[in-house]
Design a protein around this ligand. Structure first.
Ligand code: VG1
Ligand code: CO
Length: 541
């Protein structure tokens, strides 16, 4: 095997964001672009000689080409073994699981998650560490530093590997091992959940619909829900991964999973509906006529996880990202559990999970997971819900009503303003940050600001500090407003506005109505409409 050393120079803007490096697919397809970043990963982590890596992606356009490049670059840099999901497929949680069960040194995941795929859409790459979790800020910092210093990359001059046949082959000294992407993951799920109870729920006439959104969870859901648990054939819809996700946004929320919402709110709706995103780490839960917000879902799972065998001993603690609603905090308080608030992005949960300080974690963006892997896990959340329903024998609506009666309801919504001019968005945030010290005591619409901060997080395990993680404003009476800029967008800036208000007595309001005072206060404080000209958010979830 011949190794080519190709001279190159730093490419601007290869800074990993919330979830690795995300760009337009055509950007990644430029000669040397992907190669530069992959070499920077190898350099940033101190080389990969002798290592075992896991590689896979969500099957989007360019997934297969990127994997061939990564294999040749792993061979050129002396890796011992690369474990690849058959056909280049691995969901993000399955990759995390595989890194852990195989004791790999790390992994590379190809995905832009819920962003659309295709030659004119998005692509992404991220590095996961030996605990199975996304690289910490320290490691992404080292990778970024490597992108700014790179002078050459090394790649094997070799034919493409066969990704379709299970088993081992060689690329020079590198062993390429093709594995079934579903097998180990399905075993992990069987070890956590009461499959017998779920099977008998499904036999009792309980109907479910799982929308894989033409993305990677199709094969996982078909094997686990239909084959192993006996859901009726056809319960999994859009179950064949396609390079452009059927032309849609594989984003499991009421806007992009509208077909599922229509089915769940229409005549003859099944008992339970769920969807997952491009790479399988997000989940949406919806009962018959009853959408469950991700923040509420996290709270319900925290309150009921002990009903599943894998969590029968109880939870060590719970964690949520700062913008996620405080619904889970109320469960933690009632049950005497430690509760942590971290910056946005799953990488911040890793240390808490590794240290045994938290068992369950979640984000408002439809991510929930536990210490079984180090990523959020869409199908896991679906199975935990099913396990809970199998034990309680209640409808989703009944579970929610009971939950709110016990803990109160935290009305919650996120308003996204997309593709704003980056300079304008940065100015908006900078001005808001500068105004924070003067806000407490000030009126904003009908509300009065109680406290205002630019969220900073000190990791309780390693003491690392992350600053500027979003503006958090609390109002007298308990309402809360958070504003931050997205770290995963690929066009201009996306401003995310997170709104919440607790109500201990009235549970039946429309969230947008319940949150009207907080929405009005936002405009008074941040002037989004006056600055951007946008009179309404682009996406409301
Ligand atoms: C978004 C979500 C965040 C999530 C991240 C990655 O980030 O808000 O909660 O962790 O996507 O999720 P941002 O910076 O755009 O708000 V995934 O499913 O894209 O791995
Ligand atoms: Co995702």
């Amino acid at each position: 095997m011949q190794v080519k050393r190709v001279p190159t120079q730093p490419i601007d803007g290869q800074k990993p964001g919330t979830s690795g490096l995300r760009k337009k697919t055509r950007v990644f397809m430029q000669p040397g672009y992907l190669e530069n970043f992959v070499q920077s990963i190898w350099d940033g982590i101190g080389g990969i000689a002798g290592q075992t890596l896991v590689v896979g992606g969500d099957g989007r356009f360019f997934n297969d080409r990127a994997i061939q490049t990564i294999l040749k670059m792993a061979a050129a840099s002396g890796a011992a073994r690369v474990i690849v999901g058959q056909g280049g497929l691995l969901s993000t949680p399955a990759a995390s699981n595989l890194i852990r069960v195989r004791g790999a040194d790390g992994g590379v995941i190809l995905s832009a998650s819920h962003n659309p795929g295709g030659p004119d859409e998005d692509f992404g790459i991220k590095y996961n560490m030996s605990n199975g979790g996304p690289a910490t800020e320290t490691v992404t910092g080292a990778i970024h530093a490597a992108t700014t210093a790179i002078a050459e990359y090394a790649i094997a001059d070799a034919p493409d590997a066969d990704l379709s046949t299970l088993g081992e082959s060689r690329l020079g000294a590198l062993v390429v091992e093709i594995v079934d992407p579903v097998a180990d993951y399905a075993v992990a799920m069987e070890n956590l959940f009461d499959f017998k109870a779920i099977r008998s729920l499904l036999q009792s006439g309980f109907q479910l619909r799982f929308d894989a959104m033409h993305a990677v969870t199709g094969p996982y859901a078909t094997e686990i829900l239909e084959r192993r648990l006996g859901a009726a054939p056809g319960s999994v819809v859009n179950g064949t991964p396609s390079p452009d996700f059927g032309g849609g946004h594989p984003d499991p929320n009421p806007v992009w999973a509208k077909d599922l919402m229509d089915a769940m709110y229409g005549a003859g709706a099944p008992d339970f509906g769920a969807a997952s995103d491009g790479d399988g780490d997000r989940n949406m839960i919806v009962g018959r006529g009853c959408y469950v917000t991700p923040s509420d879902s996290l709270a319900v799972l925290a309150a009921n996880a002990h009903l599943a065998p894998g969590y029968a001993a109880g939870l060590k603690g719970v964690a949520r990202s700062m913008p996620t609603s405080c619904a889970v905090d109320r469960v933690a308080e009632a049950r005497g559990l430690p509760c942590f608030a971290t910056p946005t992005g799953w990488k911040f949960f890793g240390n808490l999970l590794d240290a045994g300080m938290a068992t369950l974690c979640g984000e408002e963006s439809a991510g929930t997971g536990s210490d079984h892997v180090r990523e959020k896990d869409g199908l896991w959340a679906v199975l935990l819900w099913l396990n809970i329903l199998a034990v309680k024998r209640q409808s989703v609506a009944e579970v929610m009503a009971e939950h709110w009666a016990e803990f109160g309801r935290t009305y919650y919504s996120r308003h996204d303003y997309e593709a704003i001019d980056s300079a304008l968005a940065n100015r908006l945030m900078d001005d808001l940050r500068a105004a924070l010290p003067g806000l407490p005591g000030r009126a904003a619409g009908a509300l009065t600001v109680e406290s205002a901060e630019d969220f900073a997080y000190t990791d309780p395990v390693d003491g690392s500090v992350s600053t500027k993680q979003g503006v958090q404003i609390r109002f007298v009476g308990g309402a809360r407003l958070v504003l931050r800029l997205s770290g995963t967008g690929t066009e201009g800036a996306t401003l995310r506005v997170y709104l919440e208000r607790f109500d201990g007595a009235e549970f039946g309001l429309d969230p947008q109505v319940a949150l009207a005072p907080v929405i009005a206060a936002t405009e008074a404080l941040a002037g989004i409409t006056s600055r951007t000209g946008k009179t309404a958010p682009d996406v409301i979830t």
